[in-house]
Design a protein around this ligand. Structure first.
Ligand SMILES: C[S@@+](CC[C@H](N)C(=O)[O-])C[C@H]1O[C@@H](n2cnc3c(N)ncnc32)[C@H](O)[C@@H]1O
Length: 283
């Protein structure tokens, strides 16, 4: 190649030779940050004005996403794995996986909020076949009041046994019981045998009940619904809790063996950190 360029240059008349020299010595144009990536760190981040869509408006996108990634890695996620992110929001979990998953790895996320999915599609791993974001137009009083499909009948648009990991970050904390039960069946279906679910919850146990009455817990799940509880009766899907034992029974019935149950401090302090259950589908 170099020999070819040298010989082409030798053939050029003088003005072209000068231009060639300028061309050869001019510094490379500064690289434009990829869409969605911040100039300073190169990390992908949604603009702060979108953060309110997925909870606390001051919860930093990059820091929260790195926390999710650590959780996945601790649970055994490898670069070649396929992960489904149910209720992916503005892609806080997707962003740190762009540089982690290898060419065999795969990420799929879906959400009821079209604004969030539009942002993900336009800014995270654009044109990268490993990443897919889907708008699912399910009804949610809290997140998609105009949605047309009931979540209680939604079939995840993926084949059986197609994911190594399924992640739900603060999604079952917003689903009514019939919707949650359908999603749990679908999670089991799309996980491959030996695959792992990582799900956050508000799980109501004796401590949560006792402290709620005393005003110490972050939420008082005092309002019974059909199969779950809400702390916000005016808009039930704003905060939903489930009985811990009923949830454990559901995992057992679905053939998902609980590997780890980490109970959050929300039950004893006014902090919203959630409970997390990691479970493996029986092989
Ligand atoms: C608190 S946000 C968490 C978003 C994301 N998992 C994260 O941690 O950044 C709850 C998300 O659940 C989504 N959601 C609510 N109901 C849903 C449903 N039936 N199916 C899929 N996503 C849903 C909301 O649109 C919202 O993005």
């Amino acid at each position: 190649m170099r020999a070819l360029l040298t010989s082409l240059k030798a053939l050029a008349p003088a003005p072209i030779k000068r231009a060639w020299r300028r061309f050869r010595t001019s510094p490379p144009a500064p690289a434009q940050p990829e869409r969605g990536r911040s100039d300073e760190t190169g990390a992908i981040s949604a603009p702060p004005e979108l953060w309110h869509l997925v909870g606390a408006a001051d919860a930093d996108f990059i820091r929260v996403g790195q926390g999710f990634k650590s959780l996945f890695l601790d649970a055994g996620l490898k670069p070649h794995h396929a992960l489904l992110d149910v209720g992916c929001g503005i892609g806080r979990a997707a962003a740190p996986l762009v540089d982690y998953l290898d060419e065999n790895g795969r990420y799929a996320g879906f959400d009821v909020m079209s604004e969030a999915i539009d942002w993900c599609r336009a800014n995270i791993a654009v044109g990268d076949p490993r990443f897919e974001f889907l708008h699912a137009d399910m009804h949610s009083d809290r997140y998609n009041p105009g949605g047309t499909q009931p979540a209680s009948a939604y079939i995840f648009p993926y084949p059986d046994a197609s994911f190594d990991y399924v992640w739900l970050g603060s999604v079952f904390t917003h689903l009514l019981a019939a919707d949650q039960a359908q999603f749990a069946r679908e999670i089991e279906r799309v996980l491959r045998p030996g695959g792992v679910s990582i799900i956050s919850w508000y799980l109501i146990d004796d401590e949560a009940r006792a402290n709620a009455g005393e005003g110490r817990a972050a939420f008082d799940f005092a309002h019974a619904l059909d199969g779950c509880w809400t702390a916000t009766p005016d808009l039930p899907e704003a905060v939903i809790g489930y009985d811990l034992q009923a949830v454990r029974d559901q995992y057992e019935a679905l053939g998902l063996d609980v590997l780890n149950q980490a109970l959050g401090v929300w039950r004893r302090e006014p902090l919203q950190d959630q409970d997390i259950i990691i479970a493996r589908k029986r092989a």
